[in-house]
Write a protein that binds this ligand. Structure first.
Ligand code: T5A
Length: 206
């Protein structure tokens, strides 16, 4: 049976590193799995990602940012996520709507009811079966991300923005303990992976 699994967290906490680990675990237990990301995952979505992250759009309004995230998501669900789930595949996605609640709701302080309205409109009943939030202090994530590349338009926000993002993620985990869990991503990679494996085992996924 198909499942939709998403990975979340502030910048640099290890979503990409752990995505590959989860994929291996799923494949080892015989599941067919596709790996994708947001914003992105389709040709249109990747073009929207570029618009969203490039510095030349520094003055983008918060509402435009929100709507572009959901435009990319609508395309992604229609062309990639829902067809894969319909085929019985596992879909492993690097960020999804919880990122919108955290970044546009928490970080940009947009009215959360706008996000909920768009979530219902764009997704209908579709929600991730499991969201793993990789949680670490902002300084830890920024230090790791900073070693790897120069900051994009959103990454260049200040620490208080990312503190709000992190707190919004933690609130989501408290509100939806049935489908959202957190792991301590400040630990060494092997220990983060052990926590992820435990979560997947506890839910009968691997
Ligand atoms: N966005 C997205 C919104 O605002 N709203 C939305 O709705 C959506 C969907 C997308 C941006 O868009 C925003 C959020 C983002 O700002 P992105 O590329 O998905 O950008 O997100 P980033 O967080 O920028 O992704 P990163 O690639 O920077 O971070 P990752 O994937 O979390 O981290 P990763 O795996 O690349 O690791 C970073 C470094 O840390 C090391 C890795 O080796 C790597 O060098 N590392 C560790 N080191 C020590 N211990 C560990 N446990 C480690 N884990 C990883």
């Amino acid at each position: 049976m198909s499942k939709f699994i998403t990975l979340e967290g502030i910048e640099g906490v290890g979503k990409t590193s752990n995505r590959d680990y989860i994929r291996e675990l799923l494949e080892q237990t015989g599941k067919q799995c596709i790996v994708t990301r947001e914003p992105g995952g389709t040709p249109l979505g990747e073009s929207l990602r570029e618009l969203l992250l490039q510095h030349s759009n520094e003055k983008m309004s918060n509402d435009a940012e929100l709507l572009l995230m959901f435009a990319a998501r609508a395309e992604h669900i229609n062309k990639v996520i829902q067809p894969a789930l319909n085929d019985g595949k596992y879909v492993l996605c690097d960020r999804f709507t919880e990122a919108t609640y955290a970044y546009q709701g928490g970080g940009r302080q947009l009215d959360v009811s706008k996000i909920t309205d768009l979530e219902n409109y764009v997704q209908g009943a579709l929600r991730p079966d499991l969201t793993i939030i990789l949680d670490a202090p902002v300084e830890v994530g920024r230090e790791r991300a900073g070693k790897r590349s120069t900051p994009d338009r959103i990454e260049q926000e200040k620490n208080d923005f990312f503190d709000r993002v992190r707190n919004a993620y933690l609130d989501l985990a408290r509100q939806h303990p049935d489908r959202i869990c957190t792991v301590d991503a400040s630990l060494p990679l092997e220990q983060v992976q052990a926590q992820i494996k435990q979560q997947l085992e506890d839910r009968g996924i691997v």
